[in-house]
Design a protein around this ligand. Structure first.
Ligand SMILES: NC(=O)c1ccc[n+]([C@@H]2O[C@H](COP(=O)([O-])OP(=O)(O)OC[C@H]3O[C@@H](n4cnc5c(N)ncnc54)[C@H](OP(=O)(O)O)[C@@H]3O)[C@@H](O)[C@H]2O)c1
Length: 265
């Protein structure tokens, strides 16, 4: 891994410059995606469409597309002589990222019940995104990020970490509720109830957004902020589309329920 990085970059300054460019590029792309998603839906799950490529089995797609988010960081930590992993803030931020993706990669896909196949193009794009983001987040945190010695007691870090944890619990709990709407072998849809679904249609997305906003607050970098912005753009749009879909499909859908932000939106 170190040999690859030495081959790609002539100096650490150059690699850091590229990492910064990648973060700004992710923000720029998020703005573009935001505009596209005003007119289009993310084409997987209930909105899958064969014109976006041949269908990939849902469990296989989730396992493979999320894998770079776990293995790229792991390779960087083990084989790239990371210079900053002895520092507590860096360790905690890296742990948040890896913990999330260990669940998403090795547990979530195998619990899916009756998930719709993912068309190849969104599957491939998700794989590339996970590779890009895995490298950007963990290379920055493991080799470059420098925080004040008392950063872990700073209100930004503590509030961000709490948000990250609350978001993770909401995300995992909401995905659990969705999964249990189906008996083994079923593929249809029901109205989700309980947990944050009492307030919003996109409870799992609200949890995930809260997680990465917390991570950005705790990480205080353009890299973590870019990931939070990108997550907000993709998942807010999905929450709005799901909300409209539920209202059109179920006459008895709770009218007080919002799309993403309780009581507001
Ligand atoms: N960080 C990011 O940028 C990012 C991006 C995308 C997703 N994610 C995360 O990945 C996870 C899955 O995302 P997703 O977009 O696939 O979520 P989703 O559309 O809510 O679907 C999640 C699973 O639940 C099933 N499901 C959803 N609503 C249902 C209902 N009303 N009745 C019965 N089954 C239902 C879906 O089946 P079908 O497949 O048959 O619809 C799918 O298997 C979420 O936790 C999300 O936060 C993160």
């Amino acid at each position: 891994m170190e040999v690859v990085l030495f081959g790609l970059f002539s100096s650490e300054d150059e690699e850091l410059y590229i990492l910064d460019c990648m973060a700004y590029c992710m923000i720029f792309m998020a703005v573009g995606v935001f505009v596209i998603l005003l007119f289009e839906k993310l084409r997987y799950g209930r909105y899958s469409d064969s014109k976006y490529g041949f269908p990939v089995n849902a469990k296989f797609a989730w396992f493979v597309q999320e894998m770079p988010s776990f293995f790229v960081p792991l390779c960087l930590l083990v084989w790239a002589s990371p210079a900053k992993t002895s520092l507590l803030p860096n360790q905690l931020l890296i742990a948040m990222y890896i913990f999330h993706y260990a669940q998403r990669c090795f547990i979530y896909p195998f619990l899916i019940r009756g998930g719709k196949p993912t068309p190849f193009i969104p599957f491939a794009l998700a794989f590339v995104f996970c590779f890009y983001n895995g490298y950007m987040q963990i290379r920055y945190l493991s080799h470059y990020a420098e925080y004040p010695a008392d950063w872990v007691t700073h209100p930004c870090f503590t509030a961000g970490s709490v948000l990250w944890l609350v978001g993770w619990v909401v995300n995992v709990h909401s995905d659990h509720i969705l999964r249990n709407l189906r008996k083994p072998g079923e593929t249809g849809y029901r109205i989700p109830n309980g947990g944050m679904f009492e307030y919003v249609s996109g409870a799992n997305f609200l949890g995930e957004i809260t997680e990465w906003v917390g991570f950005a607050l705790a990480g205080h970098s353009v890299h973590s902020s870019a990931f939070a912005i990108s997550t907000i753009v993709m998942l807010a749009s999905r929450a709005v589309h799901h909300h409209k879909w539920y209202l059109a499909k179920f006459e008895d859908y709770p009218k007080s329920r919002k799309a993403l932000i309780p009581f507001l939106f």
